[in-house]
Design a protein around this ligand. Structure first.
Ligand code: ZN
Length: 443
């Protein structure tokens, strides 16, 4: 028997000068490595130790690399990338009613959503995002497109009370959602969910039916909540309650709900969201661009809510960058609270990884680099002018790193981006289609 008999063969060994684990102790391993077999991380440690225990034909070198868990975008409308920059610099109501809704009415189709979602996935993967939560129409197209490119997503079948191209009534949308869920439940990458748009676009009766359906089919829920001051006034005038109280009164809120925005929540509502373990997606850049307000994130964090980051749709952001959300949120909340210690770099990265996974209900499977977790891993090249010298790796990731620093991206043990290029689909083809659709949309 020789030494080789003790060496286990694995599919990948990914090395890094720094391996950021985001585990319970927030261990950072200098000269570390991760062993991946099938879809799972089977070991993580010092690279000497990992090299002794494992062999792989796919060894990813670690010089000048930061290896870390994939970033998680907990709220977006992926296919809206095709409306990026179509209408900017106007109030939310004009933006929606005069530009976005007419454009959606005219252009949305299964093909549009399939092609647009591909572009969104390409953009997110190239920016180090490995999982996202979507709320839109034509969920089958969102799921098929995401699955084809190899990304992980929780995909919400969108529900409103009014007719759109995908249905005539809430009952129609709920039936569609049930079909969508039965088609995708149990998939290794796609997790179906139900996504009522908001408490102002769905009646209490609709929301109750949705809640019953989600419980019966055991799927998560996501919803826009308290995004604008207008919404708070609207819900108070209709139901004599603030939005969080209203959703609670109809039994909607619990740990299976992911609430996007939560800009206009008061102290009682924050305490309630914390007690009920409701997931919160903070979409700072969209809120800033539409002048919706600044969510009280430091208060939410001190109440124990594990806030995560969402980009919202690219039509109101205008990109799907979680690196940028981290940096913006950390800076805006320091100024807004007058306290430069709030949302420090470690907290920002927790929000973008581990807490994002928790918000999606996947905290036991993704969000950190640990033995037994699914291999959703990215690496950044830090031999760049804006990342030198290196004193604090968290600081560099949150305040200095850019999408162009992302080198490799792995989802579920499959390498999708290598040396900054997508390898699971044809990038040029995705960009060509985006340009063709753009020409059609502008006539
Ligand atoms: Zn949204």
């Amino acid at each position: 028997m020789n030494f080789g008999d003790f060496v286990q063969t694995v599919d990948y060994i990914i090395c890094g000068d720094y391996v950021i684990t985001m585990n319970e102790k927030l261990d950072v391993i200098r000269n570390g490595a991760v062993a991946v077999k099938g879809e799972k991380i089977i070991d993580v440690g010092g690279s000497d130790e990992i090299m002794k225990k494992y062999f792989s034909g796919n060894l990813i070198e670690g010089k000048d690399r930061i290896v870390m868990p994939g970033l998680i975008n907990t709220h977006t409308h992926a296919a809206m990338v095709y409306f990026r920059g179509l209408a900017d610099d106007m109030p939310l109501k004009d933006w929606l009613e005069r530009h976005i809704w007419p454009a959606e009415n005219r252009w949305l189709s299964p093909e549009f959503v399939f092609d647009a979602t591909k572009l969104a996935c390409l953009e997110m993967l190239r920016g180090g995002v490995t999982a996202y939560n979507d709320m839109y129409f034509f969920g089958e197209s969102v799921a098929a497109s995401t699955k084809e490119i190899g990304m992980r997503a929780v995909i919400g079948a969108g529900i409103v009370d009014f007719p759109t191209k995908t249905g005539n009534s809430a009952d129609d949308y709920i039936r569609n959602a049930e079909r969508f869920i039965s088609n995708w439940k149990g998939d290794d990458l796609i997790i179906p969910c139900i996504a009522p748009h908001s408490a102002y676009a769905c009646s209490p009766e609709t929301l109750k039916k949705i809640k019953e359906t989600a419980e019966r089919l055991d799927v998560p829920l996501s919803i826009h909540l308290a995004e604008t001051e207008w919404e708070v006034g609207e819900i108070i005038s209709k139901y004599a309650k603030r939005p969080v109280e209203h959703l609670d009164a109809i039994g909607f809120l619990d740990k299976n709900v992911l609430a996007a925005h939560c800009v206009w929540v008061d102290d009682n509502e924050i305490e309630f969201l914390a007690r009920k373990n409701v997931g919160v997606s903070h979409c700072i850049e969209s809120n800033l661009k539409l002048a919706s307000g600044i969510a009280p994130v430091p208060k939410m964090l001190s109440s124990g809510i594990k806030v995560s980051f969402g980009t919202d749709g690219a039509a109101s952001n205008n990109d799907l960058s979680i690196l940028s959300e981290m940096s913006t949120a950390a800076k805006v909340h320091k100024t807004f609270s007058g306290d430069p210690t709030v949302i420090d770099a470690k907290t920002a990265l927790l929000m973008a990884t581990k807490w994002g996974a928790d918000a999606l209900g996947l905290g036991d499977r993704i969000g950190s680099i640990e033995k037994g977790k699914l291999a959703d891993i990215i690496s950044l090249d830090f031999k760049k002018p804006h990342l030198m010298p290196m004193y604090d790796v968290y600081s560099h990731i949150v305040y200095s790193a850019m999408e162009s620093d992302v080198e490799d991206v792995m989802v579920n043990g499959r390498l999708l981006v290598n040396s900054g290029r997508l390898i699971s689909a044809d990038e040029d083809e995705i960009l060509r289609k985006a340009s063709e659709w753009g020409k059609k949309i502008t006539g």
